[in-house]
Design a protein around this ligand. Structure first.
Ligand code: CA
Ligand code: CA
Ligand code: CA
Length: 590
């Protein structure tokens, strides 16, 4: 399928709608927050209305038949702790017939849609986003439509940086390290973030392989026998494999230019690129991911024969290196005092390695059943559940355990499984307690601390994924309902009425902090990317003027802001995981 034309049309319609001068109702309709992508027939459905009177009546009319099919009032109201704004939550779950509807109230009206595969198109686009991020190959028109572009960053000649020098590879040695994805709005490639992103998608792939088997992303590998998501992951994995020093098994932290490129197209970039310092975090993450790849061996059998075995060997070698180099975290400032050229790109620095150790040990144990890994897995197991991020990957290991049956008769394994599950459920339940008083009907986003850099992915989407794992392990729909609520927030039920994914919804980011999209001369942003979102921490305030202190409204659609409006492979991986899993669970193939 080629979605390009469709996306362009959607964008044009969206802008025409948003720009409509039909005063009154159109302006007021921004007060009604709804999921701009669509609602599932079987799932909870709400809108949140700002400034409404609790006595206001809402009516829902079928657009096709013009029949009024529902009439009711808000089920509750809530007041924002930051802005003092009053919000009414209107629940119309009982409306379940697929169709297009108008919801009208004294606050105005909106059009909503209930459909069988509400998130499918968005789920596809969020996975397709990685195709646009591919390095070293031309992005072709037949797959990319207007966003086609010439190849950039072949990375067939990159240099060993002084910080990465070893006996067999002294500084300045040329190596080839092609392919992989651009990490984010910049053009570099970083192992820790890559490992997190691929693992997140691979874990959710494993939950619903039939769903992905049917998916067609319209990428160069769409005609082979492998699911397209797996082809896309392989494109990054084959780069990651080149980042391991074949001599000692250590993994370089990143492949980068010394300084960020300007906002130019990849084909115009001329800076030298280096692989920089091996790090224990990159190496453990690499070991974990490659073990996961090896364990899911059947995935690679058809088109990537031998890859699982290669990954197993790479994982074992990496784990060994990490054990021998546990203090070698990535400290860019210190390296810059010793080595030339100075490197000033993303650090992905992380001084806490127990979580990486736990994740790697867990994956290695599940792959090999060896005691040495089991010991580490038990020793480094987390004491409480936390949502995973690139720097805190413990829960990637927890998710693996939760979806596996412990070996029969193995007391320590069973004990670990039960402890982790209890901690996990405790976290989910404590989050669920927040929903009944939440302004936007979510478990996340009820504290100003929830609005940190990247919160849409690392908070809202990630908690949605955790809720889906909760549903998977308990069968209790209260968890999956909450996963859908968190998705609703990202797609429009939020204080600024944004659908935070490029190219989707009636109001979505047009100016992401993203070199590819900024430099391509095309007005519409490349579709399918989730932006960072509201950031009360204002991490780039020295460059960007923030216009409010209201925690959940600290978002502006401005290209210069990496702390509000960047895109990134880790953030999109949670979007892929959440939307695909929800659609696989609650969607219905037509
Ligand atoms: Ca394929
Ligand atoms: Ca860590
Ligand atoms: Ca553009």
């Amino acid at each position: 399928m080629n979605n390009t034309l469709l996306f362009s049309c959607c964008c044009m319609t969206a802008m025409a709608f948003a720009g409509c001068k039909n005063a009154g109702t159109e302006q007021q309709s921004e007060l009604i927050r709804y999921n701009q992508i669509g609602y599932y027939p079987s799932q909870e459905k709400v809108i949140v209305v700002e400034g409404a009177s609790p006595d206001d009546e809402y009516t829902i009319t079928d657009i096709q038949t013009k029949e009024e099919i529902w009439r009711g009032k808000a089920s509750r109201t809530a007041t924002s702790p930051w802005s003092g704004k009053e919000r009414a939550v209107v629940d119309f779950t009982s409306v379940s017939k697929p169709g297009k509807y108008t919801i009208s109230s004294p606050s105005g009206k909106v059009e909503i849609e209930i459909k069988d595969n509400a998130l499918k198109q968005l789920a596809d686009a969020s996975a397709k986003a990685y195709y646009y991020q591919r390095t070293g190959v031309a992005i072709e028109e037949q797959y990319a439509g207007v966003w086609h572009r010439p190849a950039g960053h072949p990375d067939t000649k990159v240099y060993i940086h002084e910080s990465a020098a070893s006996k067999s590879r002294p500084a300045g040695t040329e190596i080839s390290s092609p392919y992989g994805w651009y990490d984010a709005g910049d053009y570099n490639k970083y192992i820790v973030n890559s490992a997190y992103s691929v693992s997140m998608m691979l874990q959710v792939y494993a939950q619903c392989p039939e769903y992905f088997a049917k998916q067609n992303l319209n990428i160069p590998e769409s005609k082979n026998a492998t699911p397209d998501l797996i082809d896309e992951l392989y494109f990054n994995l084959k780069w990651m494999m080149t980042m391991q020093d074949p001599e000692d098994g250590g993994v370089y932290h990143k492949l980068t230019t010394p300084n960020f490129e300007a906002f130019i197209m990849p084909s115009e970039c001329k800076q030298k690129r280096y692989v920089v310092a091996k790090s224990v975090t990159a190496t453990l993450d690499f070991a974990a991911l490659m073990a996961q790849v090896a364990r899911n061996s059947d995935i690679w059998e058809k088109d990537y024969k031998g890859f699982a075995e290669q990954a197993r060997k790479a994982a074992e070698k990496a784990y060994k290196w990490a054990l021998a180099n546990q203090s070698q975290t990535y400290r860019q400032d210190e390296l810059n005092k010793k080595f030339k050229p100075e490197v000033n790109t993303g650090t992905y620095g992380d001084e806490h390695i127990d979580d990486e150790r736990f994740w790697a040990a867990t994956e290695m144990f599940l792959l090999t059943c060896k005691d040495e890994y089991k010991k580490d897995m038990i020793k480094f197991a987390p004491k409480q559940f936390t949502l995973p991020t690139w720097g805190n990957v413990a829960s990637l290991g927890v998710y693996e355990l939760l979806t596996h049956t412990p070996s029969e008769g193995c007391k320590d394994e069973v004990q670990l499984f039960e402890n982790q599950k209890a901690q996990f459920i405790k976290y989910l339940d404590s989050q669920l307690e927040k929903v009944p008083t939440s302004c936007f009907n979510t478990s996340f986003g009820n504290s100003d601390k929830d609005f940190f850099w990247g919160c849409l992915s690392e908070g809202f989407a990630n908690e949605g994924i955790a809720m889906m794992f909760g549903y998977k392990c308990t069968g209790d729909a209260k968890y999956s309902t909450n996963a859908v609520r968190n998705a609703d927030y990202i797609f429009g039920i939020n204080p600024l009425s944004y659908c935070y994914v490029t190219g989707f919804g009636t109001k979505s980011p047009m100016h992401p902090h993203m070199r590819l999209s900024a430099a391509d001369g095309i007005d519409d942003p490349i579709p399918g990317f989730l932006v960072g979102g509201p950031n009360a921490g204002k991490n780039d305030k020295e460059y960007v003027k923030y216009t409010t202190d209201i925690a959940d409204e600290c978002y502006q659609d401005v290209e210069g802001s990496y702390a509000q409006n960047e895109i990134a492979i880790n953030w999109n991986s949670t979007l892929v995981a959440l939307t695909s899993w929800i659609d696989a669970t609650f969607g219905k193939e037509k």
